[in-house]
Design a protein around this ligand. Structure first.
Ligand SMILES: Nc1ncnc2c1ncn2[C@@H]1O[C@H](COP(=O)(O)OP(=O)(O)O)[C@@H](O)[C@H]1O
Ligand SMILES: [Mg+2]
Length: 341
């Protein structure tokens, strides 16, 4: 396993500046998630680390050795990385064992050693009895396990995963998420995991780098990302906070013609501000403005309420109340974050 270092990395396609100065230090053995919405530059960043795309500016080092930057590029096959894609990319005409053996053949590993290591890799991904099967006989979850085993069998210095769970249905996705966590604990491989799914990133990673429009807005441990989002974007993307643009005036937040009393401990100077409040941090029936209810959605463990505030639709989550659309609900703030407006 190895460390990875990105320093002021840039990438432009035509006139689009896709990656705009990303710096990132991944420690040896660390599990980092790159989390962000579609199109923010996650895949491009991962492909530059893999060597599948060249940088326009900046430096990438693996284990301290420059692989792309001022002194030229190391080709992908010499970076000794493993890669797993969203589309399983398993060869259809090779058996499971042949798929997994392929990187070892390229490395000219001896036949007996290949057999031993393929068997070991099959066990890592709980596909022990499936070595002779053909890919067409496997489910999506099993195919992705083959791809993971193939990426790991050559002892890569770093494992790069690009939305590896996104093609799976919800139940399989959760199952494989747990298996990736277990594999990681067992092998200790450095991993960089790209996803647009906040739950995957928070559940798996040691640190989460939240990306937006080609930059990292915050990089922190999952709890800190969740509890102390540093920008309104991070608060909105992780935890689904409502975003309200307004102003702070004497301990209150004024927006859309109504005002909220700021929760205890939250202070800010008077002036324009953005308030981020998670759906579960709005107190239904609390002391605050009364807002018209647009819709009520039963979620099972709770109920979601959509309320009109000026031009914004607020989402609140709480217990199931006997209110119908058209009625009003008063809302208080239990917790919130404020950002410069
Ligand atoms: N080969 C390419 N040529 C032109 N534009 C590209 C290319 N690859 C990616 N892009 C553009 O770069 C942006 C970031 O893409 P990508 O890194 O794939 O985002 P993500 O993986 O976060 O969804 C997108 O707007 C995408 O359309
Ligand atoms: Mg992508």
């Amino acid at each position: 396993m190895a460390s990875v270092q990105l320093e002021a990395v840039h990438k432009t396609y035509g006139s689009t500046h896709v990656v705009r100065g990303i710096s990132l230090e991944v420690a040896s053995g660390e599990f980092i998630a790159l989390l962000g919405p579609s199109g923010c530059g996650k895949t491009t960043t991962l492909r530059m680390i893999a060597g599948l795309e060249a940088l326009d500016a900046g430096t990438i080092r693996i284990d301290g050795q420059e692989v792309d930057g001022a002194s030229g590029r190391v080709p992908p096959e010499r970076r000794k990385l493993g890669m797993v894609f969203q589309s399983y990319a398993v060869w259809p005409h090779k058996s499971v064992a042949q798929n997994i053996a392929y990187p070892l053949l390229l490395q000219r590993v001896a036949g007996s050693e290949i057999a031993r290591r393929v068997k070991e890799a099959l066990d890592w991904v709980r596909l022990g009895p499936f070595g002779d099967r053909m890919p067409s006989q496997l489910s999506g979850g099993q195919l992705q396990r083959v791809a993971i085993a193939r990426a790991l069998v050559g002892n890569p210095r770093v494992l790069l995963l690009d939305e590896p769970l996104s093609n799976l249905d919800a139940a399989l996705r959760e199952e494989l998420r747990g298996e990736i966590a277990a594999l990681r604990a067992r092998l200790g491989t450095t991993m960089i995991f790209v996803t647009h799914d906040q739950h995957e990133a928070l559940a798996l990673a040691d640190r989460v780098a939240v990306m937006n429009q080609g930059v990292i807005e915050q990089i922190d441990a999952p709890q800190r990302i969740y509890q102390s989002p540093q920008t309104a974007f991070v608060a909105g993307f992780v935890g689904g906070a409502n975003r309200l643009e307004g102003r702070v005036a004497q301990g209150r937040f004024v927006c859309g013609g109504v005002e909220f009393t700021l929760p205890p401990g939250l202070t800010a100077a008077d002036g324009p501000a953005i308030l981020a409040v998670r759906p579960e941090a709005l107190e239904l029936g609390g002391v605050g403005p009364s807002l018209p209810l647009l819709a009520r959605l039963f979620l099972g463990s709770a109920t979601e309420y959509r309320l009109q505030l000026g031009d914004t639709v607020l989402r609140a989550v709480g217990p199931t109340l006997d209110v119908k659309p058209g009625a009003s609900i008063s809302l208080g703030l239990k917790a919130a974050h404020l950002y410069p407006g």
